[in-house]
Design a protein around this ligand. Structure first.
Ligand code: ADP
Ligand code: TYD
Length: 214
């Protein structure tokens, strides 16, 4: 049983927190998994990440940004995700739908360009399940800026940008293999909702326990 599970949502929605709580549930059950993230997750991809997430004087053109994301994704898939999927569950903080919401919904780049890149570069590899943590973008930005002082290039975009991204994530509810969770609940409650969903749908074939943190 190997599964590719992606966590999505706006900055500060609580994705990393939920990924880490779920990883602890899997560990309690003795399941083997890899925790990783995008942009990043492999040596070269982490270097590309720095260009993407650090605030700098000069702007990055939308196509440049999209190609950097796909350069990082290719490295990450080839060197980490695909080899791990042969025997492990892969929990990935952000993937395809982040690119759709952050790069496509906020620019003039056509969705067909993203679809073309995704097909040519990843052979259309998609997660078995995408968990979206939903919070209002103002809450997310506040939480995010408190946490990270260096990686703020996206956080400093304007409200219209964040509104487009958060609406994009909400609209993913219509897609099969995507499940949205209310991220305004406490960390433990969101975790419980995720574990209940995975168990009810038998996503991991085994029933996994909760891992609460106090
Ligand atoms: P993301 O990975 O989506 O940017 P994080 O999991 O890093 O979000 O959480 C951002 C900040 O918000 C962290 O300080 C974290 O402790 C806090 N946080 C996460 N989930 C919740 C929650 N459900 N309620 C309140 N604060 C939260
Ligand atoms: P992340 O580390 O998840 O940030 P946070 O913890 O604040 O949620 O992601 C860093 C930034 O990368 C985030 O602001 C969104 C951006 N990003 C894109 O714009 N497109 C993408 O395809 C991905 C994977 C990330």
């Amino acid at each position: 049983m190997t599964k590719f599970i992606a966590f999505e949502g706006i900055d500060g929605s609580g994705k990393s927190t939920q990924l880490s709580l779920l990883a602890k549930s899997l560990k309690k059950k003795g399941l083997k998994f890899l925790c990783t993230r995008e942009p990043g997750g492999s040596h070269i991809s982490e270097q590309i990440r720095k260009i993407l997430v650090r605030r700098q004087k000069e702007n990055i053109l939308p196509i440049t940004e999209l190609l950097l994301i796909y350069a990082a994704r290719y490295e990450h898939l080839e060197k980490k995700i695909i080899p791990n999927l042969k025997k492990n569950i892969v929990l990935c903080d952000r993937y395809f739908y982040s690119t759709y919401c952050y790069q496509i919904l906020t620019s003039d780049i056509a969705f067909s360009t993203l679809k073309y890149l995704h097909r040519r570069i990843t052979n259309n590899l998609m997660p078995d399940l995408t968990l979206v943590i939903d919070v209002d973008f103002k809450i997310g930005i506040k939480r995010s800026l408190k946490k990270n002082k260096k990686e703020t290039r996206f956080e400093f975009k304007d409200n219209l940008f964040h509104k487009k991204v958060s609406t994009g994530f909400r609209n993913l509810r219509k897609i099969k293999k995507v499940k949205i969770f209310d991220g305004t609940k406490s960390k433990n409650d969101v975790h419980k909702n995720i574990v209940d969903f995975l168990n009810k749908k038998k996503i991991l074939n085994k029933q996994i326990p909760y891992h609460y943190e106090f």
